[in-house]
Design a binder for this molecule. Sequence first.
Ligand code: 13P
Ligand code: SF4
Length: 354
Amino acid sequence: MLFPSFGVGKFAIFCPMNAQDLFNRLQSVKPGSVLCNYSYEFCESILPKINEINELKKERDAVILAHSYVAPEIILGVADFSGDSFKLSQDATQVKAKNIVFSAVRFMGETAKILNPEKNVYIPGPLTGCSLADSITGEQVLKLKEQYPDYTVVCYINTTADVKAACDVCVTSGNVMKIVKSINNDKILFVPDQLMGKNIINEMESCGVKKDIALCDGACYVHKQYDPELIQFFKSQNPNLKVVSHPECVSEVALLSDYVGSTGQMVSYIKSLPAESDVLLLTECGLVARMQYEHPDKHFVGSCSMCKYMKSNSLDNILETLRNPEKASRVELDEEVRVKAKKCIDAMFYYAGL
Ligand code: 13P
Ligand code: SF4
């Protein structure tokens, strides 16, 4: 039996899945949400959709990229590639298929299109936004540049193509610290995540790097909810608890964490922990589900915060996209914007490789 697996594209041969196979994969996922209680009967009920999607991928010359935050049945049932936003965009450059169904949010589909202009990129979910990407426009960045003429403008990857086109260097949550340190200008304007920006300022101070970092007021509505007092309480109950958080969290949470990193870095850190470890994973609950599936020997506590944008992806809207691609939402970018945005991403590759 051939299944798609994390980070590895296996989609050449189609084998129908049976309900027992699907149940075996999903039964370990129990983050506490009713959305994630996978009974055998539920697996049986969704199986026809999964098999039709996997069959249609072949017919339509399509692959499915799924962010770690989307529902587990998408990642474990139909995705050819899964992972964090940047890894998925890079995966997109490696696939031969002409059509990419990007089960995530719009800015991620745009990043895939910037790097793969010759491919069709479809976004299946109805809520394609992101509270960070929607917090600033390219025009606003151009105005800020007038206010901060000597600053290098660094944007988080959670931004639209228009914003990237107006900025100097793009960063991900995984490489932001390294890149900000490497930029040969002590004046940085960081957009749009104010909370990540504060974490950058703290990191620079703790390393003795002097930078004047100007910030905007964007925030991720999912990550900003985590409360330092709750972490302190959990830690007081279990001193061995490992607290793992994303740099989109408030700095008080980051400072209390044993590890702060991007989705991909958190996955590697959790992998390195010994069996039976207790982990409080402070990020969207889709990653908790993935960790429960990949590490049944570790215990995951708490966090069931969902991103409504990511969770608006479903087997139904993926199926609809593959059945009727002409009616689906396809990412289209103005070529001038795409080329400028690619320069900003290329600058990231340059600094990340230094
Ligand atoms: P990654 O870049 O780690 O995939 O995170 C994206 C995101 O939206 C975090 O909230
Ligand atoms: Fe955007 Fe936050 Fe959702 Fe990530 S979790 S896609 S930053 S709203």
